[in-house]
Write a protein that binds this ligand. Structure first.
Ligand code: ATP
Ligand code: MG
Length: 718
């Protein structure tokens, strides 16, 4: 048998891993060292050399995209297509099992999957039936709690009621929610996994069938498996199957969703006869990029520790762009991308990564402007996001209360007690009278055709819209937007949500206010709001690249896991943005942010650009954040500050970008006592930016802290 194609292009550690004849294999290695490659080659090795049937192989990856790629790579390696092999995500595989064994899983045959929004709606329904106050018990928090329990493998019946009021309430919501899901024949994402686990636990014959079938189980991105997924793997493996797990503790970035990096540590204990192999050579990135990544991750205390080196040359330095603001940053990125494409490169080969979804809006605008096709991967475009559509619906109602679509969307969002029955009555009247929903609602209220509680709720909504639209002429667009998100209660509703999702929604809403603040109407004499809404409708049109068009990839750092691109930009390298402000004060979360930075940097193969903005309007207000600590952790000799006009130089004021430096290029030092003509005496707290735009933060004795442009502040040493 000619094994050359399979062992070709593997280094000796990789080859050892691919051909290992120990029962289990754990590959623990840093980014770009060929973990996924080993996994793919091991599957090919099993099938071609060990004569394992593809039918006996199960491979699990993190995203559907990764699963598709894996299958293609195996097919290419073997020169044929393997139908019988199971390759998928944990959720996808669980779904497949439940579809096959719905009876044993105690599900109706046609059960439906609930997405996160649908799930929230059900939780609310449960809470309403229980007469729980949503202010006191935010539904999102309950949803988060329920999913957290499921991720740990716990059903309501497993949880002890300790008498704690919070626990007792969550528990009773969980119980009722379980009953409702059962009635409606729906299952949420966390339930998919838990139900699949229970399917096996409760039906030994089904489990045995799969244990016998899957003699070889391979798992990629093992560091991000949660408790249920790990238990599922252990059950399936039983005493007979061979498991290959590959992962990198430094890339564990889903702790906030229940992922347990400890699973890596448990592996050798739980699976006797394991060979552990470390891979240390990185094949993905230039040595400059790799050194930067190594320097950033080195600051984490909780690491298993490994070396990563490359034979690749230094490559280009890491570009660092100090933007004036987020528009400047986006323009710069679009400009660099334009040059790269003009050089004959594929757009697919370039990615722009960011920490927060809200950052995409300005980037999207710059790419549209530069006519560079882009695709947002693993997420929705800004104006398609639920919370943004809601806020825009308020604006549309303010402009035209007869907008039925907007009416339907927000009449009870946030919930103000207008139930489906009331709405149906309004719809019927509107149909009868060929009137708008708004007119029908107004009639119902004035003619007292609704029950008191519903009537009150509808009247409140009508009054709110009337008041806000009454101020249309007096207020600037940005104030109208503020109204739409504040007075409507939209932003408050999302603030009460627990977890990243709610936080992201709040940020997006604030970002919308920003968009309004910066909006420049084409016709300065005409009312602004209609112009803004038209522009948004156009922006939201299908200008995103088609599925198979060559397009620049935009995505959050989280969704970039496992991928690689010749050219990578990471935008928004600022304190409070990245690391995210919610994580800065908690050591554990800060370490997770740092791992995310490591994931981001190691996506780049040839060229990496980092950028930060000296001022940024984000989350609804202007902030002056200093450069991210993750940039400061990169050795300076790896970085080259880039300027527009393609002039690349290491500027004399470079040090000023690094607050850690004593501001030597500015002539002042941190902590130095200075005097200002108007504000009097003060102490220098921070330097920010460089060149003519360099700023200095000064704490003045009389007037508190001010941020001044260094060049024009005329500070004198005292
Ligand atoms: P991540 O941690 O980001 O998931 P990984 O460890 O899974 O990374 P791979 O994606 O498998 O790494 O490999 C990184 C890149 O290096 C890929 O382009 C892969 O084809 C290449 N590569 C890996 N091993 C070798 C090798 N021995 N020879 C040549 N190229 C290799
Ligand atoms: Mg990988």
């Amino acid at each position: 048998m000619d094994v050359t194609p399979i062992l070709n292009q593997l280094n000796s550690a990789q080859e050892q891993a691919v051909t290992s004849d120990k029962k289990h294999l754990l590959v623990l290695a840093g980014a770009g060292s060929g973990k996924t490659r080993v996994l793919v080659h091991r599957i090919a090795w099993n099938i071609q050399v060990q004569n394992i049937s593809p039918y006996g192989v199960l491979a699990v990856t993190f995203t559907n995209k990764a699963a598709r790629e894996m299958r293609e790579r195996i097919d290419t390696l073997l020169g044929m297509s393997l139908r019988g092999m199971w390759v998928g995500t944990f959720h996808g595989l669980a779904h497949r099992l439940l579809k096959t064994h719905w009876r044993d899983a105690k599900l109706p045959e046609n059960f439906q999957i609930l997405d996160s929004d649908d799930q929230l709606r059900l939780v609310k329904r449960v809470m309403r039936a229980m007469d729980l106050d949503e202010q006191r018990w935010p539904p999102k928090q309950a949803q988060w709690w329920i999913n957290g329990q499921k991720d740990e493998g716990l059903r309501a019946a497993h949880i002890q009621d300790s008498g704690d009021p919070f626990l007792a309430t969550m528990l009773s919501i969980y119980r009722q929610y379980e009953i409702l899901c059962e009635q409606l024949a729906v299952i949420d994402f966390a339930e998919l996994l838990l139900r699949a686990l229970e399917l096996w636990k409760n039906n030994p014959e089904v489990l045995e069938h799969y244990q016998q079938r899957f003699g070889h189980i391979l798992v990629d991105e093992f560091q991000d498996t949660n408790a249920v997924q790990y238990a599922w793997l252990r059950l399936l493996a039983g005493n007979t199957s061979c498991i290959t797990a590959v992962g990198d503790d430094d890339q564990s970035i889903y702790g906030w969703r229940g992922a347990k990096v400890e699973n890596i540590l448990s592996f050798e204990r739980d699976f006797a006869d394991t060979q552990t192999i470390k891979l240390e050579q990185n094949y993905r990135s230039t040595s400059n990029i790799l050194s930067a990544a190594n320097a950033v991750i080195a600051k984490n205390a909780e690491r298993l520790g490994k070396n990563l080196w490359t034979q690749a040359g230094e490559g280009e330095p890491i570009g660092l762009y100090a933007a004036f603001n987020e528009h400047d940053e986006s323009r710069y990125i679009a400009d660099r991308l334009g040059a790269w494409i003009a050089d004959g490169n594929r757009r697919d080969d370039a990615a722009v990564l960011y920490r927060s979804n809200a950052q995409s809006r300005v980037l999207e605008a710059a790419l549209l402007q530069a006519e560079i096709p882009y695709r947002i991967y693993g997420g929705q475009r800004f104006y398609e996001r639920l919370e943004i559509k809601n806020a825009l619906s308020y604006l549309r109602m303010m402009l035209n209360c007869h907008d039925d679509v907007a009416f339907e969307r927000v009449v009870n969002v946030p919930p103000r007690g207008i139930g489906e029955r009331t709405l149906e009555q309004i719809r019927i009247l509107a149909r009868e009278q060929s009137a708008s929903l708004w007119n029908a609602a107004t009639t119902m209220v004035s003619e007292k055709r609704l029950a008191a509680r519903a009537a009150n709720a509808v009247a409140t909504f009508i009054e709110l819209i009337n008041e806000m639209s009454g101020q249309l002429d007096e207020l600037a667009l940005v104030e109208q937007a503020e109204n739409a998100i504040q007075r409507s209660g939209l932003i408050e509703m999302h603030r009460r949500e627990k977890g990243e999702r709610g936080q992201a929604r709040v940020e997006n809403l604030e970002e919308l206010v920003n968009a309004c603040r910066n909006f420049e109407p084409a016709d300065s004499d005409a009312p602004v709001l209609p112009q803004f809404l038209d522009q948004v409708a156009l922006d939201a049109g299908d200008r995103q690249a088609d599925q198979d068009q060559d397009a620049v990839q935009l995505m959050t750092l989280h969704s970039a896991k496992g991928l690689e691109f010749p050219l990578v930009f990471i935008a928004g390298m600022e304190e409070n943005l990245f690391p995210h402000k919610m994580s800065i004060d908690e050591p554990g979360r800060l370490e997770e942010e740092r791992r995310l930075a490591y994931v981001g940097i190691t996506r780049a193969m040839q060229k990496l650009y980092l950028s930060f903005a000296e001022t940024r309007s984000i989350y609804g207000s202007e902030s002056f954040n200093s450069i991210s600590r993750f940039v400061r952790d990169i050795p300076k000799q790896l970085i080259e500050e880039v300027r527009l006009q393609n002039s690349i130089s290491r500027p004399t004021t470079y040090a000023a970008a690094f607050n850690s430096d004593e501001g030597s290029a500015t002539g002042f030092q941190l902590g130095q006592q200075i005097r200002h003509n108007i504000y009097g005496e003060g102490v220098i707290l921070n330097f920010e930016g460089n060149g003519p735009r360099a700023r200095v933060h000064v704490s003045f004795e009389e007037v508190g802290t001010k941020i001044l442009i260094l060049a024009s502040a005329n500070l004198a040493a005292v």
